[in-house]
Design a protein around this ligand. Structure first.
Ligand code: 5GP
Ligand code: MN
Length: 330
């Protein structure tokens, strides 16, 4: 079904219902949190009720956003007596949000899925998925601007700007289209402050994050004729430095900057012998989403991730093998 038809359908659902629950994925990024808050505020501006859910700690980079302190961890905290509409934002798969699926099945009347990942599983009753869009926030802007323009305010504009800013790598990645810049120019009319948003996200680091950086850089390895670069962070590093998981944000982008590198990988231990592995491609020829897919994860062609259990050394070897097989001439 066409995207336009589904935008219309979602606007009808919003207009004819009153109770909403909005979800985003675990280990949320700026697009997940920005989309979540923008949608929440729109529903509130329409005089309806909404709750936000994210089953992970709140990254300090996004604490400055309005209503960030209202995000709940679990649907069991929701006081609705009647069935509600569920919206999943920036989730390629429903499992990315890790909802209590039994509770959800019992209490939700309809699931709406809005996302921009190519690997989206179309798990919703209504799906608005467009992998040509830079961010989920871009799709949400198109929906709001077409059907709810009168309800867009400064807080919504600030949240959508954050989603697009972060998912385009500060307007640097190949997904930074002329449509993106057009949308940004409209968002700027709502009197948002780009330098405040920039410094809140990118110049708000705890000092120990530099100690973490020191560790990551000390551990950097090059393999496969120096075409794959990787490093790792252990759970005990986060603990010893008293840093939250989100302090690793942006570090993999430093690894990708090395000349002639094709893939960068950062292994992050989330639990004993459980690693979240972020992958970045520095060259259009390598699709890291397909590599992440192989391991049960996903993402985009240039940025993807997966979770794997095991010993670090074995996971590294396994990844190198799969990269070799997938990109023979890496
Ligand atoms: P990051 O490395 O920044 O955590 O994630 C890079 C990209 O991969 C993002 O688009 C993110 O949504 C996606 N991603 C991260 N972790 C997972 C995962 O476990 N499963 C899937 N399907 N996608 C992921
Ligand atoms: Mn996104």
């Amino acid at each position: 079904m066409s995207l336009i038809k589904n935008l219309q359908k979602v606007s009808d659902i919003i207009n004819t219902n009153n109770d909403f629950v909005i979800f985003t994925h675990l280990y949320p990024d700026g697009d997940g949190i920005g989309s979540l808050i923008a949608f929440y505020k729109l529903i509130i501006n329409l005089g309806k009720k909404a709750f936000m859910i994210c089953n992970s700690e709140m990254p300090y980079q996004y604490e400055f956003l309005p209503y960030a302190d209202k995000i709940l961890k679990d649907i069991s905290e929701i006081p609705y007596k009647n069935k509600y509409i569920s919206l999943f934002l920036d989730c390629s798969d429903i499992k990315r949000a890790k909802p209590d699926e039994e509770n959800l099945k019992k209490n939700t009347s309809l699931i709406i899925n809005i996302d921009h990942h190519l690997s989206n599983t179309y798990f919703g009753d209504v799906n608005i998925v467009d992998s040509n869009k830079s961010a989920t926030a871009e799709i949400i802007f198109i929906l709001f601007n077409k059907y709810f323009k009168h309800c867009i305010d400064k807080e919504i504009a600030e949240s959508l700007y954050t989603g697009i800013l972060t998912d385009t790598g500060k307007f640097q990645y190949s997904n930074t289209t002329k449509e993106v810049h057009k949308i940004i120019s409209i968002l700027l009319k709502y009197d948002i402050n780009p330098s405040y948003i920039y410094s809140s996200i990118y110049e708000n680091e705890p000092f120990n994050r530099f100690k973490l950086l020191e560790l990551v850089l000390k551990r950097v390895r090059l393999v496969k004729n120096e075409k794959l670069i990787y490093s790792f962070i252990l759970k005990e590093d986060f603990e010893k430095l008293n840093l939250p998981f989100s302090s690793n944000d942006g570090i993999i982008e430093l690894l990708r900057a090395v000349k002639d590198i094709k893939v960068a990988a950062l292994f992050k231990e989330t639990d004993t012998n459980t690693y979240k592995i972020s992958l970045r491609a520095s060259n259009n020829g390598i699709n890291v989403a397909s590599i992440a897919n192989y391991f049960g994860g996903g993402g985009h062609k240039m940025a993807a991730a997966f979770t794997k259990q095991g010993k670090l050394k074995e996971i590294v070897e396994n990844l190198v093998e799969v990269i070799e097989k997938n990109c023979g001439n890496l």
